[in-house]
Design a protein around this ligand. Structure first.
Ligand code: 5GP
Length: 210
């Protein structure tokens, strides 16, 4: 049975290139925070460790997990399947650990709609400008500028989901963005004062989409 001592579910989503994965890793270094390790059908990148960054599985195994109803949420993102299995998440929450989810807006919607008995805080991370985003994406995909351009187009669609999140944070400086997220989690869980200006965010999104 969920109780006051249970951990909190913290979702971070963002368009590709906003720096969310780095933020999630930094948050997970805090005491009592655990990352939910997703399953995916995409190929591992050279820098990734199986069973640490992702559980890499084939489509057959992924479909088996869907049929066994093991996923809390799953979605197709950029032609690959990604999903969060339920058991490790619930186990960690019941042990009082805060669970971090690095998932897209489709997964965030599904978890929100499940209305689980655990506290949920959702964050959407934005880049400081379209120019900075393009620079980051070009660096990441330096061998294929077409991928960077495709991700920029995807950005225009993904950014529209900001409205469904509890908080939107701009990642101009990693440390500053991290502290803002920590402050907001603390404010929500301990009823402290929130340093959050929705009008500023709305204006920023308008600039990003104009
Ligand atoms: P990448 O392939 O770059 O690691 O991730 C691509 C996108 O899939 C990112 O937006 C990431 O947050 C999202 N993602 C990763 N794991 C999951 C998951 O378990 N569920 C959902 N819905 N999205 C995920």
């Amino acid at each position: 049975m969920p109780s006051e001592k249970d951990g909190v579910m913290i979702i971070l989503s963002s368009p590709s290139g906003a720096g969310k994965t780095t933020l999630v890793k930094k948050l997970s270094e805090k005491d009592n925070y655990k990352i939910s390790i997703s399953h995916t059908t995409r190929q591992p990148r050279p820098s990734e460790n199986p069973n640490k960054d992702y559980f890499f599985v084939n489509e057959f195994e992924f479909k088996r997990l869907i049929n066994n109803q093991e996923f809390l949420e799953y979605a197709k993102v950029f032609n690959n399947f990604y999903g969060t299995t339920r058991t490790p998440v619930i186990d960690n929450l019941n042990k009082g650990k805060n669970v971090l989810f690095d998932i897209d807006w489709q997964g965030a919607d599904q978890i929100k709609n499940k209305k689980l008995d655990y506290k949920l805080i959702t964050f959407f991370i934005l880049p400081p400008s379209k120019e900075v985003l393009f620079e980051r994406l070009s660096k990441r995909h330096e061998n294929d500028i077409l991928i960077a351009k495709e991700r920029m187009k995807q950005f225009e669609r993904d950014v529209l989901h900001w409205i469904n999140y509890d908080y939107v944070v701009i990642n101009n400086d990693l440390e500053e963005c991290y502290l803002k997220i920590i402050n907001l989690i603390d404010a929500v869980t301990n009823s402290g004062s929130k340093d959050y200006d929705i009008d500023y965010i709305r204006a920023h999104v308008e600039k990003l989409t104009s």
